[in-house]
Design a protein around this ligand. Structure first.
Ligand code: CTP
Length: 423
């Protein structure tokens, strides 16, 4: 279960729309958690919602007057103003009817007016009986909202109002709060990026991502647990910041944005060939891929059969080329090369020393150190990194999701490149 992020320093303006379902009482808990985390919460209740929970409850918990009608405060143009000033608009619970009205773009009450008037992210937490949730009409409406970028939280499966059970139960308030805050943070990051501008415009960048697979026989390979998320995040953020990005992706399953040119490969040798071909044209190379250091000596043409061996199977391996070191050796003048160091060492000081030794060995301008292990980094959303230069100085550190970490790494790249031009 995700929990609300207590480290959120920002205070957001959050509109919580409550539509008329029995789960409306749980909206109170969502509103309360948001207020306690220091956010400004405005509640819009539909008339049906007020059949379930009274206006005084919403006003007391949100610490703000309840908004319910397009024709209140007409002088303040409330039907558009509330949405325009919001950082997030959430609908908790969203009934089948409200989802349908949203999908159709109707504006027949204050809540739907607000949703149409807002540029802020919209988060909906549906709640209804299983039959209504599973109805093709509702599913089509949810699909349409999803395509439009609306975040859908839940519903969960479980005990419903009556004796029935199934999908349709409102998601847990903590999960709804977490989704609302995540949407606010993403929108803020996008705003900041738009303001920050395209500081990588005109830069050609090569990023490698994912984990290579070294064939053993036609059905088996030696691989690693890298998901490629960090490399894809770097490529995505670099492209958003104006760079012309090529991504060499080794067995990456996460979505890659359209503005990134994609080259798919699988093994270390294929990665080496693609990188060697593309490298000379690049201003920046970021080697985020987890490259297998060894490959089986020989690849069996046929599936290795159990019967063909005793109780043990011995494979021998050949070292793969060190792609990063080779790229450093032949790099054209002015090209900036960034390596990654995935280390399992748990001690912070010792891990940093490993990274310092690695950056010297590889000769890259920068090295991004991250800790990996059974429960660290691989495939996860959150990551912790330090960026070192060739001298071993730590230039930046960050803990966060992979997009924010990508921005931190790219900030260092921008700073290093401008230092270079200045010198
Ligand atoms: N790398 C590479 N070619 C290889 C192995 C690694 O280009 N054959 C790159 C990775 O993409 C990464 C950096 O080198 O940017 C460090 O990778 P890592 O696996 O941490 O280091 P290794 O050199 O393999 O050292 P070790 O596994 O012994 O720690």
């Amino acid at each position: 279960m995700t929990t609300a992020n207590e480290h959120d320093a920002a205070s957001w303006r959050i509109v919580v729309g409550v539509s008329g379902g029995i789960a409306a009482y749980k909206a109170v808990s969502v509103i309360r958690q948001l207020v306690l985390l220091g956010h400004h919460v405005e509640v819009i209740a539909t008339p049906a919602a007020l059949e379930f929970v009274g206006a005084p409850t919403f006003e007391a918990i949100s610490r703000n007057p309840l908004r319910r009608d397009v024709f209140e405060n007409v002088h303040a143009v409330q039907h558009v103003a509330v949405g325009q000033h919001a950082d997030v608009v959430a609908v908790v619970p969203a009934t089948a009817n409200t989802l349908a009205r949203m999908a159709a773009g109707l504006a027949d009450d204050l809540l739907t007016n607000t949703i149409l008037a807002t540029g802020a992210p919209v988060v909906v937490a549906p709640a209804m009986h299983s039959e209504m949730w599973q109805h093709p009409a509702t599913q089509a409406n949810v699909h349409r909202l999803d395509e439009r970028g609306v975040t859908i939280v839940g519903p969960e499966s479980g005990r419903l109002t009556g004796t029935d059970e199934g999908p349709g139960r409102l998601a847990e308030p903590e999960d709804i709060v977490a989704a609302i805050l995540a949407a606010a943070r993403t929108a803020e990051r996008e705003r900041a990026a738009a303001q920050q501008g395209r500081d990588l415009a005109g830069i050609r960048m090569l990023v490698t991502a994912g984990g290579t697979r070294e064939a053993i026989d036609p059905v088996r390979y030696l691989g690693n647990r890298s998901s490629g998320k960090q490399g894809v995040a770097l490529a995505a953020r670099a492209a958003a910041r104006g760079a012309e990005v090529t991504l060499i992706a080794a067995n990456v399953e996460v979505a890659v944005p359209d503005d990134v040119q994609l080259v798919r490969i699988s093994s270390a040798e294929q990665l080496a060939a693609a990188a060697t071909e593309l490298a000379p044209k690049q201003d920046v190379i970021i080697m985020a891929a987890a490259v297998a250091d060894f490959r089986p000596d020989r690849v069996s043409n046929d599936k290795i059969k159990k019967e063909s061996t005793d109780d043990t199977l011995t494979l021998t391996f050949t070292k793969n080329p060190d792609i990063l070191r080779n790229l450093v050796e032949v790099r054209p003048e002015g090209q900036l090369i960034v390596g990654f160091a995935a280390e399992t060492e748990a001690d912070d000081v010792a891990r940093l020393e490993l990274a310092r030794a690695k950056v010297k060995r590889k000769g890259s301008d920068l090295l991004v150190l991250n800790r990996v292990g059974w429960d660290h980094t691989f495939g996860r959303e959150e990551t912790e990194i330090q960026v070192l230069n060739l001298a071993g100085d730590v230039l930046a550190e960050d803990v966060g999701d992979k997009l924010s970490v990508a921005d931190t790494i790219l900030d260092v790249v921008v700073a290093e490149r401008s230092d270079d031009t200045a010198n």
